[in-house]
Design a protein around this ligand. Sequence first.
Ligand code: 9MR
Ligand code: 9MR
Length: 630
Amino acid sequence: MLTFPHPHHRRSARTRRRTGRRATAGLLTAALLSGGLVLAPGAAGAQSAARDLATAAAAAAITPVRVNQAGYLPDGPKRATVVSAATEPLTWQLRGASGAVAAAGRTVVRGADAASGEATHLADFSAYRGTGPGYVLVVDGRSSAPFDIRADLYDGLRSDAMAFFYHQRSGTPIEASLVGPAHARPAGHVGIAPNQGDTNVPCQAGVCDYTQDVRGGWYDAGDHGKYVVNGGISAWLLVDSFARARRAGTASALGDSTLRIPERGNGVPDVLDEARWELDFLMRMQVPAGRPYAGMAFHKIHDAAWTGLPTRPELDSQPRELHRPSTAATLNLAATAAQCARVFAPYDSAYAKRCLSVARTAWTAAQANPALYAPDSDSTGGGAYNDTQVTDDFYWAASELYAATGERAYRDAVTSSPWHTSSSALTPTGFNWADTAALGRLTLATVPNKLPAADIGRVRASVTAAADGHLATMAGQGYAVPIPANGYVWGSNSQVTNNAIVMATAYALTGQQRYRAGVLETMDYLLGRNTLDLSYVTGYGDTYARNQHHRFWAHQYDASLPNPPAGSLAGGPNSGLQDPVAQERLAGCSPAACYIDDIGSYSTNEVTVNWNAPLAWLAAFAAERRAPKS
Ligand code: 9MR
Ligand code: 9MR
């Protein structure tokens, strides 16, 4: 029986009401002063002067005691970062909901932190084993945001982060019975006016002379584009999340009727149902037999011109166009379709066979056209997703085809690829939609295959070595973030989460607790233990991102529209300041502070499928109960 709203949504509403700690203005402006920056008056008019006052008020209210505002697991690490210039340790106190001191200790002076520009101390209360709501950490007379300590901490996020994908579905109504009235909407892009797609979509001029049915899939992000290279890594991560859990014996938590999606109750694990919605779309993007470039995948389909915010999907009146095929998109299709063949086989063998056939065709087509690159200039009406380095995508696709078939030709493509041994496959800054060699490595490290034992050992060692590198990066920072200070790029939160996936995979390979601790401390960063004292996940934590760049969840621009649903991850700090709002409001920011919860800041505050996918992966991992350490 399905009831709405589920407990988590009630909880976040309550959390919001309780938040008297700081005005919501802090969400918009926390970034500015937390690094000690002073606003230059510049072109400030009355409006921006008022904003500066709000900024000052908000910044004054930010606590220097930064915690995971959602909370901590009883058996996990429990660490906080304290901003202080004191050169001697400070006393910390953990206080329960009643105000009584539950534990106390001394901080460790950590000093200057490059990413935040702050001087920090570390408070470690991991030894505390009590549970309950409403804890605060008090240091030097300042209290942290309130937080819980409980074993079921990540259960809500496991389903909410996964539900993001249903919300983003194109080509189907988003049902109020599943998401509640505020987030429900009619189907977008099913060939009903004013939509001009996606059932019968022509190519851009000169690319093809026919139309293709490319309905379905997920909208990429705050825009309504559908991009094969980004859909590929996202679908892969969802399927991998399920495959990982199955290997760990914990897949029932991702099984049938665990998500609020239309397919619940069909006998197939819901996470696979969700991934299939995208896989079906990706396969529709394949150029049909008998056409030029048959077997390749069109790079993307999106609006001919950028629409404004807000624009509801079903009201988008722009012409939709297919953009020319690319090698990268074709290899994304090959990789994800091969993974589909492997993982869906026990649930739907006919579908698995179809996936494999698509994957083989795509692989062959990519081999015949190994250097067809999507141009970086193609960013009118949609993102470019350009990528001229595709040998990593060849490696990823070969690894998946080998894992699915065991065939010699694919094995040879794996072992002859420079990415099979290159240390660049797993880097300190992390993999992403453009750099996919790591995905091949992760598959070869975890999925039984017939590579020589020594080779598999080497592949696995490369994963644990990368994970140890991430742990070292974290240990060297004030906030235990698994990316270096120069790694705060567009979508930095996905670099962070992807590195945590490498650590979680190392945990699966070795059972070493330090890797799980690294994953959980990464969650701490995302959920409030950061220089902005802000959770990047909507609905989680005392103060959280809620104005992400989105054409439907555009409440900031139109009060009749909703905020993002709980479980939506903001892109995160981007020191490149690549949008006008970030440029105006964040100039001079320290890398980890280059973020603003404003709907206009698409380069720091958008949502996308490739950022929520690793969050969902990690939430499922973190939600699993572990036997207590002996
Ligand atoms: O809304 C678009 C967002 O999804 C993209 O990430 C971003 C960069 O490609 O572009 C956004 O669209 C803006 C466009 O680039 C410039 N005109 C204003 C658009 C909406 O803010
Ligand atoms: O995630 C993409 C990031 O790596 C690029 O630097 C950026 C600019 O090209 O584009 C990002 O992707 C956006 C895409 O182009 C359009 N949809 C929204 C994506 C996230 O902002």
